[in-house]
Design a protein around this ligand. Structure first.
Ligand code: GDP
Length: 627
């Protein structure tokens, strides 16, 4: 490599500064905003922010991260980078929530809105707003005492005098300090925090950053700090283990100051409280400070409306079925409410608090255990109460459908028969499965046998496993994740059967584990030997190519024979010569997505991997069916 002389280097620096200058100049005077997905490549981030990938790489390097242009970076890191370019990043809503109920009998009319809109106070009448408790997440380096601190807070403050003081771990709990409640999320660490944020859920009002006084600031301390900063959540520092010999709180304060957290005692903004989780010292002070910091945020919510919030934790429990811990964020949740969470809907059968006691209702910032859902929802999902079961059901289905259209418009459903064909086409790398069986034992046995299947081209991925018959929710889940359903000694109910037909989800019923693994193995290896036929559907002629920003050219066409449907494949030919066979990925009439277009009508057709349409091209649509 050539070595630069000092003069050359100085010249290079000037050039570099000039090259960087336009970005500086382009900085907006007021902060710009951008929505980012949970994970982006360096290249994509550059595109989102309107700066070159090189600038992004340089900024990452300044933060000690060596990344190449294709490397994926998580939301919080991306947000920090965005911030250095004067752009405020917020998480892209990964699945929209629904606020407005269906109008009359027209089940297609449901207004979608993002989570942030759902929980925003903007549209609320101030007269309906009431103060609500803060929700706290504890973060910090491993072994600095996060779990001990959460336990200490709980033991010191939960229901003094409760027999035995035994409380369940449900993912969140509520304590009182001088009569004022504080809610703690019981999963410490920034992974859970970030996973929630990646799903668009922002539930934390205050972060408690735990730093061990005898160990000081460590890599995960800095990570946690960055995550909290990226989320714009205020930090209270708990300097833990002050009982230890070698504890040096001053050093912790110095180190944190170097990272921008200057203690109040030194004229800064950050509250730092010395505590000992082990000796339960300083716990009251810490809670006081959390309350003080959260008071500045004037946390409010409207309890007088149907509840909405976030799933904190969920699992399947023997005898009780699916059990979910939710945090109500707005409104009041009641027994008997119709709830929809992701693609799951059901009635709230019982509400329990963190001591396992029955509650009739749960208001804003109350953690509650909910039973009565037919399936286990995903932590981080938003839940919402709607007026009737029918509404809940329609919303759940619509949501699954939206997801399906958005993510799988171009994918054929997996069926066991054409698995091998799809593998060969390189379409599938994960074989997604939904497993249902009559007992936990069978689920486990099946799962372990399936996960043992090794294949260089296909990885078995179990997207959902559960005990009980195949339900409509299972089918919707399978549809959105392009999964096969394995029903082991259980059957689909009628609604599931109908949904499977509609969604073209393949349900396979078995009673012997060996048969399941054998079929899957055979299918993967291509021994399942299906035969396919092409069923012609119709023909369209290209009137003119239409340029769509970000998409490219689509074919502005007229259907001249039969019909074209959204699921069809097409053969594109020009002057009698076949140019390409491909999958239709979008079919539009004017601006609307449509399922099919019949003879005589005009439409826009987008074909996977082809843009070079010319007037007069012929598109023959056909479906591929198993013979
Ligand atoms: P986490 O990984 O951050 O959740 O840390 P833990 O809560 O598991 O604590 C790690 C270790 O530090 C355990 O052995 C605890 O008993 C110990 N520990 C936690 N807090 C204190 C404290 O205040 N004083 C002392 N001496 N030890 C503590």
């Amino acid at each position: 490599m050539a070595v630069l002389t000092p003069d050359q280097e100085a010249a290079a620096r000037t050039q570099f500064a000039q090259a960087a200058a336009p970005v500086e100049a382009a900085k907006p005077s007021e902060t710009k905003g951008v929505q980012l997905p949970p994970s982006v490549s360096v290249k994509e981030l550059g595109e989102y922010l309107g700066v070159s990938a090189v600038e992004i790489i340089k900024e990452l390097m300044r933060n000690g991260i060596m990344a190449n242009i294709n490397q994926q970076i998580d939301f919080d890191t991306a947000a920090l980078v965005a911030d250095t370019f004067g752009i405020q990043a917020s998480p892209m809503a990964m699945d929209a929530a629904i606020t407005e109920e269906i109008v009359g009998e027209d089940t297609s009319q449901v207004k979608m809105t993002t989570r942030s809109e759902l929980f925003s106070l903007d549209g609320e009448d101030p007269a309906n707003l009431r103060p609500r408790p803060p929700v706290v997440t504890v973060m910090g380096h491993v072994d600095h005492g996060k779990t001990s601190l959460l336990d200490a807070i709980r033991q010191t403050k939960v229901a003094a005098g409760e027999a035995g003081g035994i409380t369940q771990r449900i993912g969140a709990y509520s304590v009182e300090e001088k009569g004022r409640p504080v809610v703690f999320l019981d999963t410490p660490g920034h992974e859970a925090f970030t996973a929630m944020r990646a799903r668009g859920a922002q539930v934390t009002d205050v972060v408690v950053l735990v730093v061990a006084a005898d160990d000081g600031v460590q890599p995960q301390t800095i990570e946690a700090l960055s995550h909290a900063k990226a989320a714009g959540v205020p930090i209270v520092v708990a300097i833990n283990k002050i009982d230890r010999e070698g504890a040096n709180p001053e050093q912790v304060m110095r180190q944190l100051s170097d990272h921008g957290l200057v203690p109040e005692a030194w004229g800064g903004q950050t509250v730092m409280v010395p505590v000992s989780a082990k000796q339960k010292k300083g716990i009251g002070d810490l809670l006081d400070m959390i309350l003080l910091v959260s008071e500045l945020q004037e946390l409010k919510a409207n309890p007088a409306k149907p509840a909405a919030g976030t799933v904190i934790d969920a699992h399947l429990e023997k005898g009780r079925g699916p059990v979910a811990t939710v945090l109500v964020q707005t409104g009041t949740l009641r027994v008997g409410d119709n709830m929809v969470v992701g693609h799951i809907f059901g009635k709230v059968r019982a509400l329990l608090n963190d001591e396992g006691k029955k509650m009739k209702e749960a208001g804003p910032a109350t953690p509650a255990v909910v039973t009565g859902l037919p399936d286990v929802p995903t932590a981080g999902d938003v839940f919402q109460v709607v007026s009737t079961e029918k509404v809940a059901r329609t919303i759940a289905m619509q949501r699954a459908e939206q997801h399906r259209v958005a993510t799988l418009a171009q994918t054929r459903r997996v069926t066991l028969a054409d698995l091998a064909a799809q593998v060969q086409e390189g379409k599938i790398k994960d074989l997604n499965l939904v497993l249902k069986a009559e007992s936990n034992g069978s689920v486990e046995a099946l799962k372990s046998s399936l996960l043992k299947i090794q294949d260089p081209q296909v990885r078995i991925n179990i997207v959902f496993e559960g005990v009980g018959g195949v339900t409509e929710s299972d089918i919707l889940l399978a549809a959105v994740s392009n999964a096969l359903v394995i029903a082991f000694s259980v059957k689909p109910d009628a609604a599931a059967q109908r949904a499977a037909e509609r969604e073209k989800v393949d349900i396979r019923q078995y009673d012997v584990v060996y048969n399941v693994t054998n079929d899957i193995e055979k299918a993967i290896k291509g021994l399942y030997e299906p035969t396919f036929v092409e069923v012609w559907e119709g023909r369209a002629e290209v009137l003119q190519p239409i340029k769509i920003p970000k998409v490219g050219n689509i074919a502005g066409s007229r259907v001249v024979d039969g019909k074209i449907s959204r699921d069809s494949r097409v053969k594109i030919s020009r002057d009698g010569q076949l140019l390409l066979e491909g999958q239709i990925v979008a079919l539009k009439r004017f601006k609307d997505d449509v399922k099919e277009v019949t003879v005589g009508l005009e439409c826009g057709i987008q074909v996977e991997g082809f843009q070079d349409f010319q007037t007069g091209d012929v598109l023959d649509a056909y479906l591929v069916k198993q013979a």
